[in-house]
Write a protein that binds this ligand. Structure first.
Ligand code: NAD
Length: 316
């Protein structure tokens, strides 16, 4: 399914799309990059700006502003088009506006003969990923949302800071909706190979569960805080998207908390939600079913129910 040329089309050359593009260039993560935006002038300007940096990079990336016909032989079409979240606005509030935008994008992508993978970042991301799968009609394993990939990176960063260890040695996930009902299954959180709950219990009060809950709240509220301070979040999500792309092009079978559709795992079906999943050149290679306790399973179910009900409200 994935060609040797590593071609990506980004639809939506705004803050998120361009942070993704800039990170792709700096990490040499693809060979051909096409930008599409309803504001064609903006896409052309962004292409010029990126191309003028090529002389300073090790990359020979071909970068150009294109049309939906360019999706025909693309490996990945990344969707970051839409309206950014405003201060105080919930992700769900964005839904109706972004669904209309997606209709106008996915139809021409599919008409081009596109046979690759969709990668969705537009919020509310779990819903927009489901919308993409529904409109395109492609196998659900070929449609991947960024899900709680960024939230998981924020969690690992904050836990690394709290325990004074490298975040890469923290193995913990944010699961569920990318939004208010997301949660951290603390029974599954490890520092190196030691459960974080055990570390707290043995620390004589130095580390505690109350602090863990504060950290998970801070992860949940991080986007809103950044939006209040600088109107939008984009570098982190751009880098999260490159991480997913590398897992695809490298056929890595990496475990990432992308938004995917469970097929009976955790007792769930018919919903896109952030779950630790195997990502490879075919898209989703499988879902890892963690040993959640009853309370954690209830939280996941609550998140899935909420997403299912919002998706059914769209009526597509
Ligand atoms: P932005 O306004 O800077 O960019 C959106 C771009 O989409 C604009 O350039 C706009 O012209 C383009 N666009 C709008 N309608 C279009 C259409 N019909 N066809 C083609 N292009 C179209 O917004 P942004 O800050 O880049 O955010 C983009 C999306 O990413 C938002 O939905 C935001 O909430 C989301 N986001 C997601 C995460 C995540 O973790 N998944 C993180 C940050 C932002």
């Amino acid at each position: 399914m994935i060609s040797g040329q590593r071609k990506i089309v980004i639809v939506g050359a705004g803050f998120v799309g361009m942070s993704f593009a800039y990170a792709l260039l700096n990490q040499r993560a693809c060979d051909e990059l096409v930008l599409i935006d309803i504001d064609a002038k903006r896409a052309k300007g962004e292409v010029m700006d990126l191309n003028h940096g090529l002389a300073f990079s090790d990359s020979h990336m071909k970068i150009y502003a294109g049309t939906y016909d360019d999706c025909a032989d693309a490996d990945i079409v990344a969707l970051s088009a839409g309206v950014a979240q405003k201060p105080g606005e919930s992700r769900i509030d964005l839904l109706q506006r972004n669904t209309e935008v997606f209709h106008s994008i996915i139809d021409p992508v599919m008409r081009s003969g596109f046979g690759g993978l969709f990668l969705i970042a537009t919020n509310p991301v779990d819903i927009m990923t489901h919308v993409t799968q529904k409109i395109s009609g492609v196998d659900y394993r070929r449609v991947i949302g960024t899900g709680t990939t960024l939230d998981t990176a924020r969690l690992r960063y904050m836990l690394g800071d709290y325990f004074s260890v490298d975040p890469r040695n923290i193995h913990a996930y944010v699961m569920g909706e990318h939004g208010d009902s997301e949660f951290v299954p603390w029974t599954q959180a490890l520092l190196a190979t030691k459960p974080i709950l055990t570390i707290c219990a043995e620390s004589g009060g130095q580390f505690c569960l109350t602090d863990m809950e504060k950290i998970s709240e801070n992860v949940k509220n991080a986007a809103q805080k950044i939006i209040e301070a600088k109107k939008a979040t984009y570098y982190g999500i751009g880098m999260a998207m490159v991480r997913i792309v590398r897992a695809i092009f490298g056929n890595e079978n990496s475990i990432l908390t992308v938004s995917t559709m469970p097929n009976g795992e955790y007792g769930e079906k018919g919903v896109y939600v952030g779950l630790p999943s195997i990502v490879n050149r075919n898209g989703i290679g499988g879902i890892i079913e963690l040993s959640l306790n009853e309370e954690e399973r209830d939280k996941l179910h609550h998140s899935c129910e909420l997403l299912r009900s919002v998706f059914s409200d769209i009526g597509i």
